[in-house]
Design a protein around this ligand. Structure first.
Ligand code: URA
Length: 449
């Protein structure tokens, strides 16, 4: 079909065939469809949507545009986790080694942070010497040896996504559930996994700010996994305030290692434990969520999760001594405090603003090619619901460039809300969407499969 016909078909709300979807993706990736026509089709998809079958076909076409990893020679279940992105979200550094210690293989391929959200690769690269750039053979060797490998998404994975995402970014077509689904799932399915746990964030710091949209995305992701024969569980989790206490790369490494040592902050521990437990269910390590949580607890308490992390850091060129002696990690020169202006309870610590303030200090990138400073960021001493007295420290800014501090301080001060009345912290795990049923169940009710 000629490209204008394809655009017209979607514009008029009709369903594209698998052959049409593949033809578009293949020709666009080869550079045979000009951006103006691809943009028109993306906008038609944005307004008209895609049904389950079209979304699965788009995912497959994008997946097949590049290289796929194959770990089928390894006899243990391969399970990964993906987050839709947040502020202070360092769970990958905790759950990859914890899940590996508890018995699944974790071939994790991560990206870098952009805008107010952080990226796993940036955090890992704060460890001196650590490199996520691994050949396939190195990745496989480390996966076999450590039970996990932590790689970088390269040009070889789903190149169609790279091209399409760049176009979506400049044509206001990023916020489309089928396009986001195909973008995420094409990259994740290329990892050769058997199962995937998704952390779909909602709240001010999330891509999907409304619960309803997060639920629709989670359902679409789970359904698309099922269409490809993969078991996918999605947790919808709160991102209205930063996760844990630290935001910024080396600061988040320290908090992750502390969590692996059993000393993590309550919310980070809760989410890491729950995501790991779902990975263990998908990997058939156990068939009960309660037992899976106990496996996480014992991987932490025995030190095995920390040991796995130290091993993978060393295998990937990093200095494992930095996990014991934090002075070996990058440190910022200056610290400034934000204090409570009144007695009361913390009612707001807006995640998006905190992410942008951290980016302003240099911890994140405004543009994809910006250079980041691994040492800088924020550490919160109070979180939502905590009682404060006037003058108490709420947040400490770690900086190296004094000229950036006033703007970050203003942003943080402007987004902290103190209420005179007690405030309940928001629940962290809001809903779960499990496997192929696409059924949304409230926390602590699990659909059997
Ligand atoms: N993350 C992705 O990888 N792709 C999207 O389209 C949106 C978020």
């Amino acid at each position: 079909m000629e490209t204008p016909e394809l655009i017209r078909k979607k514009r008029d709300g009709l369903v594209l065939t698998k052959a049409e979807v593949f033809d578009f993706v293949e020709r666009f990736t080869r550079g045979e469809i000009p951006d103006y026509q691809a943009s028109a089709l993306l906008m038609a998809v944005y307004f008209r949507g895609m049904d389950r079958g079209e979304t699965a076909d788009l995912t497959e076409a994008m997946l097949r545009s590049g290289r796929m990893l194959d770990f089928s020679t390894l006899p243990v279940a391969k399970v990964d986790k993906h987050s839709t992105g947040g502020v202070g979200d360092k769970t990958s550094l905790i759950i990859a080694p914890a899940a590996a210690a508890a018995g699944v293989l974790v071939p994790m391929i991560s990206g870098r942070g952009l805008g107010h959200t952080g990226g796993t690769l940036d955090k890992l690269e704060a460890i001196p010497g650590f490199s996520p750039r691994l050949s396939y053979q190195e990745f496989l060797r480390i996966l076999e040896k450590c039970g996990l490998a932590l790689g970088a998404a390269t040009e070889e994975f789903a190149p169609a996504d790279r091209k399409l995402y760049a176009l979506r970014d400049v044509t206001a077509t990023v916020e489309s559930i089928p396009l986001i689904t195909a973008s995420i799932m094409s990259k994740k399915l290329a990892e050769g996994i058997d199962g995937l746990v998704l952390d779909v964030k909602t709240g001010t710091g999330a891509f999907m700010q409304e619960l309803e949209h997060a639920r629709a995305l989670a359902t679409s992701l789970v359904n698309t996994g099922a269409a490809h024969g993969k078991r996918v569980h999605a947790l919808i989790t709160d991102m209205s305030q930063p996760l844990g206490n630290a935001v910024g790369n080396a600061l988040e490494v320290i908090e992750s290692v502390e969590t692996l040592k059993g000393r993590g902050p309550r919310d980070l521990v809760e989410l890491s434990r729950e995501l790991t437990a779902h990975m263990l269910l998908l990997g058939n390590v156990t068939d009960s969520l309660e037992e899976a949580r106990a496996r996480y607890d014992s991987a932490i308490a025995s030190g095995q999760a920390l040991d796995r992390f130290a091993r993978v850091v060393e295998e990937q060129g990093g200095n494992p001594r930095a996990l014991e002696d934090y002075s070996l990690l990058p440190h910022a020169l200056y610290k400034d405090s934000v204090v409570a202006s009144a007695d009361g309870y913390i009612a707001g610590l807006e995640a998006r603003v905190m992410g942008v303030a951290s980016m302003v200090l240099g911890a994140g990138r405004e543009r994809a090619d910006a250079i980041i400073d691994p040492a800088v960021g924020l550490v919160f001493e109070k979180k939502m619901g905590d009682a404060v007295r006037a003058g108490d420290t709420i947040c400490i800014l770690h900086s190296n460039d004094r000229s950036r501090v006033p703007r970050a301080l203003d942003m943080i001060r402007g987004s902290i809300v103190i209420s005179p009345d007690p405030v309940s912290p928001p629940p962290l795990i809001l809903e779960r969407v499990l496997h192929s049923e696409g059924a949304v169940v409230p926390p602590d009710r699990i659909v059997e499969f």
